[in-house]
Write a protein that binds this ligand. Structure first.
Ligand code: HSE
Length: 300
């Protein structure tokens, strides 16, 4: 028995919703081939597209570790599982690369076993993968990768995920080739927030959620503002302010850091605007000596 699954990149935080909001895109994403076999144990037979960076050890790799957790939970540790992972997005880029792989693993094993668990029950296993990958088990990448569309982590304890309406929008993703590990990008954020900033922030989060329900794209754009995390993290991303200005002047509803960066994203009603801005920003960074990958995708 075997299965081949696609698991999407995700944009966590969506500017104002640090650790609670995220959405999936239709590309890029990872592909996973999973096969049940007679030999007990979870084995990774190959990983492609990771430039040799990911561990093949089943306890250290997030995909196999998550699959093993699911099997342990179901009392099926002795099952034989072979995995073949094809990474189709850069690692450590802020596109939820590790989440995409973890979700692919838990989704695939659950399908092969005849869906013993619901998506809500699967989610904590994918969060374990996040903890292994970057030291913190946030769910704002894994939830949209697993459920699709826009998701809200209403609370972590107890874990409660809400699926939000999915807007008809194009998403421009630009990954500048600079190193911003999630671990570091989390450490630089202040742990205390001023009440006046919190008021601004929860107004924006509520505005963004309302915008999705009302299909109000102007409100969505006006709500994609962050006075807490972006001012600190954007310092790690070259030309952030200038890229933001250029995107907003050329049709972007909103612009921000994807997850913990360095990828930046912007949302558009019009595909041509998204494409134009992406090419413009890529050329702009190149002039500054910074290479980048660009992806034109849809919120999905
Ligand atoms: N919410 C997490 C963060 C996402 O911003 O650190 C990491 O991709």
């Amino acid at each position: 028995k075997s299965i081949r699954v696609f698991s999407p990149a995700t944009v966590a935080n969506v500017v104002c919703g640090f650790d609670i909001l995220g959405f999936a895109v239709n590309e890029p994403g990872d592909e996973l081939y999973m096969e049940l076999c007679d030999e007990p144990g979870v084995v990774i037979t190959s990983i492609e597209g990771d430039e040799g960076k990911l561990p093949l050890d089943p306890d250290k790799n997030t995909v196999s570790a998550c699959v093993k957790s699911v099997l342990r939970h179901l009392g099926k540790e002795d099952l034989g599982v072979k995995l073949k992972l094809t990474k189709k997005m850069p690692l450590g880029s802020g596109l939820g690369s590790s989440s995409a792989s973890s979700v692919a693993g838990i989704f695939a094993i659950n399908e092969l076993l005849g869906r013993p668990l619901t998506k809500h029950e699967l989610l904590p296993f994918a969060m374990e993968g996040e903890a292994l990958a970057c030291g913190h088990g946030h769910a704002d990448n894994v939830a949209p990768a697993l459920f699709g569309g826009f998701t809200l982590i209403k609370s972590y304890e107890p874990l409660e995920v809400i699926q939000l309406p999915v807007p008809d929008l194009y998403c421009a993703l630009l990954y500048p080739h600079v190193d911003v590990p999630t671990r570091d990008a989390r450490q630089i954020i202040r742990s205390k927030v001023a009440l006046k900033d919190a008021v601004v922030q929860w107004g924006n989060i509520a505005g963004l959620v309302s915008a999705l329900y009302q299909h109000d794209y102007d409100l969505l754009g006006r709500s994609m503002k962050d006075v807490i995390v972006e001012p600190v993290r954007s310092i790690l991303i070259p030309e952030f302010d200038s890229m933001k200005q250029q995107a907003l002047a050329n049709g972007a509803l909103g612009f921000g850091i994807s997850g913990s960066g360095p990828t930046v994203f912007s949302l558009y009603r019009n595909k041509e605007d998204a494409k134009k801005v992406l090419n413009q920003l890529k050329a702009f960074l190149k002039e500054k000596g910074i290479e980048s990958n660009i992806y034109l995708s849809k919120v999905n």
